[in-house]
Design a protein. Structure first.
Length: 98
């Protein structure tokens, strides 16, 4: 999330031509860069929540990036917020059970 937020102005300000060029500099595939950049479509409060998720010390992450990408594909922030609420509730209840 943080990387996407930092990279977004590089493209919009013309410092970097496009996501393909950005991917080249970041040494990732263009597809991977696209996945990361989709996260900037998230509602600002969801972006903030992701940035402040607690560090996972062991075991799998409760909130998976692929699930967050599914939310980011939805362009309605209200719908995103409902999806985030459902995902976060499921993830945190799973952590409590373990």
């Amino acid at each position: 999330m943080a990387l996407a937020i930092e990279c977004d102005p590089l493209i919009s300000d013309g410092v970097i031509k496009n996501q393909s060029e950005l991917a080249h500099y970041a040494q990732v595939t263009t597809a991977r860069m696209t996945h990361m950049m989709w996260l900037t479509n998230l509602a600002p409060d969801i972006q903030e929540a992701i940035l402040f998720l607690p560090r996972v010390e062991s075991g799998p992450d409760a909130v998976k990036e692929i699930d967050v990408r599914r939310i980011a594909r939805v362009m309605d922030w209200g719908v995103q917020r409902g999806m985030w609420h459902d995902l976060f509730a499921t993830a945190t209840s799973a952590v409590r059970r373990n």
